[in-house]
Ligand binder design. Structure first.
Ligand code: AMP
Length: 193
């Protein structure tokens, strides 16, 4: 039997990665695993961990790796299918953790210029997207997450997709990237679902 497919979707806040990860998971019959959602659920609970998580989310800062890694490991174990990872990995330590958890097939970078990402974030008008927090969230992407793309490119796992089109256009571009990745894996004799 083919082994399950695991795809990570990475992009600046505002790039539509949540929407696209959900559509992709639905289309391919995979589990959509969003660390933002998992952390927001965690923050909505009660107890000391919830309070700590809430602090990071409100500040627009990255939650410590150990905490996020534990949530992701649990969710991957619980998933009966392959996964579309949304918002994970975001740091070099999380890349290492993910490599221990699954055999990653593809990393989709949703490319969106920082100025457009900022415009979209502010247009959402939620309280966690005030200009200072939005800037902090985008800075965290530039410092911690954008550098990870290079190593994925070197490993031949990265597909960069233009994130400025309509939801449907971006979805189709991602599907094309998945089909290409499957073709390459088959050519290398590594069959995936
Ligand atoms: P998102 O919905 O993916 O934009 O995530 C919302 C917030 O959750 C981020 O701004 C971070 O504070 C936190 N977060 C989500 N994913 C991670 C992650 N992989 N590592 C650390 N913090 C994260």
């Amino acid at each position: 039997m083919d082994r399950p497919l695991h795809i990570a979707v990475i992009g600046r806040q505002g790039s539509g990665k949540g929407t696209q990860a959900e559509l992709l998971a639905e289309r391919l019959g995979l589990s959509h695993l969003s660390t933002g959602d998992l952390l927001r659920d965690e923050a909505a609970a009660s107890g000391p961990t919830a309070e700590v998580v809430r602090g990071y989310l409100e500040a627009g800062a990255l939650v410590p790796d150990a905490l996020v890694d534990a949530l992701v490991a649990r969710a991957i174990r619980a998933a009966r299918t392959g996964t579309v990872l949304d918002g994970y990995p975001r740091t070099a330590a999380q890349v290492s953790m993910l490599d221990r958890l699954v055999d990653l097939d593809l990393v989709v970078e949703l490319d969106l210029p920082p100025s457009e990402a900022m415009r979209r974030l502010l247009a959402r008008g939620r309280h966690d997207d005030d200009p200072v927090t939005a800037r902090r969230r985008l800075d965290a992407y530039e410092h911690a997450t954008a550098p990870l793309l290079r190593s994925y490119r070197e490993r031949g796992l990265l597909a960069t997709v233009d994130g400025t089109g309509s939801v449907e256009e971006v979805h189709l571009a991602i599907l094309r990237a998945v089909i290409d990745a499957r073709r390459h894996e088959r050519a290398r004799g590594r069959a995936i679902a």
